[in-house]
Design a protein around this ligand. Structure first.
Ligand SMILES: [Zn+2]
Length: 139
């Protein structure tokens, strides 16, 4: 039986007796309460007894960024970020390849700092700009 099908079948049984199957005593000892989200119906744990909606972004929205005013493509988003940093004294440089040229211990660039390791980071070569911003693709 596929795992998802099995979950679909047993979940209602487990939900009926959730304390036996899902209660996390360490959480209840800390004052957490298990609730059912009024929006999506999924269970969640909270310290706030007045909370009725889980913290999933599909239920709560993405409130830490404020109200969404516009949809941006990847490129539009990058251009906005680039403009902000340029306005604040950074030089935008072209991205480096995703295959790190000077790091034989890595197959792929997994952070933009890899672009500058080891030679820039150890001081042998000056960075192309300082400060800078790079739209580095990382894998
Ligand atoms: Zn929810």
């Amino acid at each position: 039986m596929a795992e998802t099908l099995l979950k679909k079948q047993v979940r209602p049984m487990f939900e009926k007796n959730w304390k036996e199957h899902y209660q996390v005593k360490a959480l209840t000892k800390l004052g957490y309460e298990r609730k059912i989200c009024k929006n999506c119906g999924d269970p969640f744990w909270t310290l706030d007894s007045s909370k009725e909606i889980c913290s999933d972004s599909s239920c709560m929205g993405v409130s830490f960024l404020g109200k969404k005013t516009k949809e941006y493509s990847y490129t539009e988003c990058w251009k906005k970020i680039e403009k902000f940093f340029e306005k604040n004294g950074h030089t935008s440089i072209p991205r480096y390849p995703v295959i790190p040229r000077w790091r034989s211990d890595l197959y792929f660039t997994n952070a933009s700092i890899i672009d500058f390791q080891p030679y820039v980071v150890n001081g042998e070569v000056k960075p192309p700009a300082d400060p800078l911003i790079v739209p580095q693709t990382s894998i």
